[in-house]
Design a protein around this ligand. Structure first.
Ligand SMILES: C[S@@+](CC[C@H](N)C(=O)[O-])C[C@H]1O[C@@H](n2cnc3c(N)ncnc32)[C@H](O)[C@@H]1O
Length: 243
């Protein structure tokens, strides 16, 4: 066995041990829920642009992008552009013709200007509209339909069950075999209810419940338990692999 294989095997064992450690799970949940009160995920930047993610999820996406080497990444929910620029920077590092398509119902003028002025903009297409509108879907389809390479999808827009389920039904069709569909904010199911009282989504009505319903009806995808190793993630049960 090579040194690298031995290292990977050791990691697999320690990850399995960590995943079945109930004290670790309790500490992680307590820390995650407490950090949510402080708007922790809003505090970071990627290449100068605010990225609304837990840093562990940025690493998780980096691992997936390197493994899959997508020609296109489709992201619903652009906000201030940080995740879009992060994906674009990874695509630039991979080389060749690749693009991230960012969809948002409301791309505010100042955000659009900062994205368009960014050095990564050559790797970005912006589509304004609701992600579940047929016209938005058609616009994305017209960009992606002739792609030869892998396509990845990240859902991070409106987090109600109904909205995410519709996004899953639409955008899952773009995900190529072996690639990933990542659904953010599935963690809402595990938060104390009062922390989401100001949002249209909550416990029993969120991306986690949508993923559950989607997986029950769509056999093309299986869940990969990335949270076993990352522990801290806004997407527990949200990393779906197209078989
Ligand atoms: C959580 S933020 C996205 C964060 C971003 N992905 C990041 O990591 O920095 C959610 C975004 O979804 C957008 N949004 C809400 N409803 C939407 C819809 N129906 N279609 C598309 N985007 C929507 C909001 O305008 C907001 O910018």
């Amino acid at each position: 066995m090579s040194d690298h294989e031995e290292f990977e095997q050791q990691n697999l064992k320690s990850i399995q041990a960590m995943a079945s450690d109930s004290h670790m799970a309790e500490l992680t949940r307590d820390w995650f829920n407490y950090s949510f009160k402080h708007r922790y995920s809003y505090h970071f930047k990627w290449m100068g642009m605010p990225i609304i993610q837990y840093p562990q999820d940025i690493i998780a996406m980096q691992e997936l992008i390197w493994e899959i080497k997508p020609e296109y990444i489709i992201e619903t929910g652009v906000a201030r552009g940080g995740s879009l620029v992060f994906y674009a920077s990874m695509l630039k590092l991979l080389g060749g013709d690749r693009k991230v398509i960012g969809i948002d119902i409301d791309i505010r003028q100042h955000n659009r200007e900062r994205i368009e002025d960014h050095p990564m903009y050559d790797f970005i297409d912006l589509v304004e509209g609701s992600s579940i509108d047929q016209s938005t879907f058609e616009k994305v389809n017209s960009i992606v339909k002739n792609s030869a390479g892998p396509v990845m999808v990240a859902l991070d827009s409106n987090h109600t069950h109904e909205h995410v389920l519709r996004e899953l039904e639409l955008y899952s069709n773009f995900v190529t075999p072996g690639s990933f569909l990542v659904v953010f904010d599935t963690h809402c199911e595990f938060l104390p209810e009062d922390l989401l009282s100001d949002r249209p989504w909550g416990v029993n009505d969120n991306p986690y419940t949508a993923v559950k319903e989607f997986l029950a009806q769509d056999e093309r995808f299986e869940r990969v338990p990335f949270e076993d190793k990352f522990q801290i993630t806004a997407a527990p049960h949200g990393f779906l692999k197209r078989l």
